[in-house]
Design a binder for this molecule. Structure first.
Ligand code: ADP
Ligand code: MG
Length: 704
């Protein structure tokens, strides 16, 4: 390690003015080292090169002014609503600032009469008070030292994200001091690439992003459109993509003679077991998978396919290829219901084939025997939940690991399963279509197959939004379907398993439905808190058509396959992500009958939540919906849970910066292809960054 790295890796306390207390607070912002501080970028900028006067302010503009406190007090504003008002003045007039949620004590103390402040926000005109007003402005105290330092005025000034106990000024000061260490930053992007993509130097880019030059276009900075920001974003993506490229290279190592035997006759034998002919998309994907399994390097493939597109039979076909090659197969699913369902459909298809299939969940009995059979190789295919990755489970020879609904598992769980074999083929399946940009980041090391076609004979799904006032019409649709011999789902989506309120809603409504709206019909209830045997029972009765309406929380989101169910009513639909709704909806429309998806909304027309649901009315294409969902909610929330595998970017945004992402990916993969061990001197910085910071993340082990 050179001195160069040491300096930027110093704890942030190394910066003048940052003591242990502040260092603790910086940690909350993700800033631990001087280098982190350099990459803690402003969220916006204010042009403080010249302040306007109050008289010059125009209504509607976003203004920055320097003013003095005349008075500050809490007051009533009719209908019992409290408001805090500060009157600020300069030589030309008065500007009032309002707060509507506040602690009067804190604000009174903050805005002492005579105090000087920089106030910014959108100017409006309050006709009752007869003055220009800013509601909930940003405010920054002017203190005597400020002028000399000249950090806080006289130019375009950065405004940083803060955390409790850190003032704008102390962050600004610290970040400014950190610029001294700029030259200690190593640029991981080789010179040739910087030239090709016309990227400015790293040091200049960091400096300018903190402190734009005089006359810079701060709007462009605010929108992350400057060359300097492009450089920083490129670097961030490039590092990750290089890591993914390395990981992929490593996974794709060839072991001569290790390929499985996959020939036409095996494939056609497998197809004969299936009760239907494969769709074109399934055929294509099966070809891709069998080519992988026949090759001398382990498969690592992501299989994407909308709900109901028929991934299970593809997984099963892959499993049979492995079994016929005398290898074992593990299929891991996130819930007991899903695992059980896979197990059932697999044993159904494999009757009389001599293939031995076992189900392993935490609730399984006779575990010892199951473990023994897996270890001895007597069991060929194990289907299960997390129970499969317990230490006690050892395989004789695991040749294929299949992970269903991968996004529900963490990176380490995926690794543990793969670790149960020696370089097994891996097939990762997801029914949540993943937008391309997200897939590139999350699964950028995998090959991707897509089933983009539904099996034939699927009826249309009519999706309609209902307001509560129109609830009876929705109930009527459900009743009509049941009179026609069909079945229904009523879903209370659960935000998380501990969401008691929703749970209660499902149970309470079950009683009400039974006695009122759906009196005389056969109702069943299932939710996440039920014992799995009870859940199984309810689902079993639904599949056997002993129940007309299944009321449930989102436990049915994945897995249930009952083609006779043609209507799904989703309560509080506007609270949930589009991808999740799409998943739910995929439980109907599985037969030739027309199906209905009724979205019960609390929001009314014109409300953003309502507009969001309109996307569901318009589209049945999972990829389109996923893209819209990602746009609306951002990548962190995309899966509804914090995605454990998604890197946190300091400046890059995969949606906004998708072009840069593609460029960085292309460049990174090409570079790793040319220099797979990063042994060239011009790649030393990249190599160091990857080994020091990213080894674990990318499971890289030793590079080279
Ligand atoms: P998913 O992709 O959601 O896992 P499944 O594998 O559960 O979808 O398949 C959904 C339904 O479609 C199942 O009932 C399955 O038997 C059926 N299916 C799958 N492939 C075909 C096909 N090629 N032709 C007809 N039905 C199919
Ligand atoms: Mg499935």
């Amino acid at each position: 390690m050179t001195d160069k790295t040491t300096d930027a890796d110093q704890p942030v306390q190394y910066i003048k003015g940052v003591g242990p207390k502040k260092a603790e607070r910086f940690k909350k912002l993700g800033v631990k080292t001087v280098g982190d501080l350099l990459f803690h970028f402003p969220m916006r900028y204010e042009d403080r090169s010249k302040f306007k006067t109050i008289a010059e302010l125009e209504v509607g503009e976003v203004a920055v002014i320097k003013v003095t406190v005349k008075s500050a007090r809490a007051m009533f504003r009719g209908r019992g609503r409290r408001m805090f008002e500060v009157a600020f003045a300069d030589s030309t007039g008065i500007l009032r600032a309002n707060w509507f949620s506040f602690s009067a004590k804190a604000l009174t103390a903050r805005f002492a009469v005579g105090g000087e402040w920089i106030v910014s926000g959108k100017v409006s005109f309050n006709k009752y008070r007869g003055s220009k007003t800013i509601t909930h402005p940003d405010t920054e105290a002017v203190t005597p030292g400020d002028q000399e330092e000249s950090l806080n005025f006289g130019h375009i000034t950065p405004v940083y994200p803060l955390t409790e106990g850190l003032s704008q000024k102390s962050v600004r000061n610290a970040a400014h001091t950190a610029l001294k260490y700029l030259e200690h930053l190593d640029d991981i992007v080789p010179t040739a690439l910087n030239r090709r993509y016309k990227l400015p130097s790293l040091a200049t880019s960091v400096r300018r992003t903190h402190w734009p030059q005089e006359g810079a276009d701060i709007q462009a900075f605010a929108e992350f459109k400057t060359r300097e920001q492009k450089k920083l974003i490129f670097n961030e993506f490039f590092l990750i993509q290089s890591g993914l490229a390395l990981k992929r290279n490593k996974a794709k190592k060839t072991y001569p003679g290790s390929g499985m035997k996959v020939d036409e006759s095996l494939i056609s034998k497998i197809k004969k077991l299936l009760p239907f002919t494969l769709t074109n998309a399934q055929e294509r994907v099966l070809k891709e998978i069998s080519a992988d399994m026949g090759a001398d390097s382990p498969m690592s493939r992501l299989l994407q396919g909308d709900v109901g597109s028929g991934k299970t039979v593809i997984a099963l076909s892959a499993a049979l290829i492995a079994v016929r090659n005398k290898k074992q197969v593990a299929i891991m699913a996130p819930t007991e219901i899903l695992a059980t369902q896979h197990y059932r459909s697999i044993i159904g298809l494999l009757q009389d084939t001599g293939v031995s299939v076992a189900l392993l969940t935490s609730g399984s009995s006779a575990k010892k025997q199951a473990y023994e059979n897996i270890r001895s190789g007597k069991t060929h295919i194990v289907v299960g939940t997390h129970a499969i990755i317990q230490d006690a489970v050892g395989f004789k020879d695991l040749g294929l690991a299949i992970i269903d609904e991968q996004h529900r598992f963490g990176v380490t769980q995926r690794a543990s399963l793969i670790g149960k074999g020696s370089r097994p083929h891996t097939l990762i399946m997801t029914a949540t279509p993943i937008p391309r940009t997200l897939a590139m980041t999350l699964y950028g090391d995998l090959d991707v197959s897509v089933i983009d076609e539904l099996p034939p004979g699927r009826g249309s799904i009519v999706t309609r939004i209902y307001q509560q006032s129109n609830r009876l019409s929705a109930i009527r649709v459900v009743r009509d379907q049941i009179s026609a011999g069909r079945q229904a789902f009523i879903v209370y989506p659960l935000v998380d398993e501990s969401d008691k309120l929703q749970l209660k809603a499902a149970t309470v409504m079950f009683e009400q439905f039974k006695n009122e709206e759906f009196e005389g019909l056969r109702l069943g209830l299932t939710h996440g808190r039920m014992k799995s045997a009870e859940k199984e029972e309810a689902l079993g009765r639904f599949t056997k058509k002993e129940i007309d309406i299944l009321i449930s929380t989102t436990v049915i989101e994945v897995g249930i396959d009952q083609p006779n169910a043609t209507v799904m009513m989703i309560e509080h639909a506007d609270r949930f992500g589009l991808s999740q709704l799409h998943q739910l909806r995929g439980r109907v429309g599985r037969s030739a009958h027309r199906s209905y998806c009724l979205l019960m909304a609390e929001a009314g027309h014109g409300n953003p939540a309502w507009d969001r649901l309109r996307i569901m009315e318009k589209s049945r294409d999972g990829f389109k919906i996923a893209e819209a969902d990602l746009q609306l909610r951002g990548s962190g929330d995309f899966f509804g849970v914090k995605q454990s595998g998604l890197p946190e970017f300091k400046i890059g945004n995969i949606l906004r910066d998708h072009k840069i992402l593609s460029e960085a990916r292309k460049a990174a993969f090409a570079l790793i292809k040319r220099d797979p061990n990063l042994s060239k001197p011009e790649h030393a910085q990249l190599r160091r960054a990857l080994t020091e910071r990213w080894r674990e993340k990318f499971e890289l082990g030793e590079i080279g």
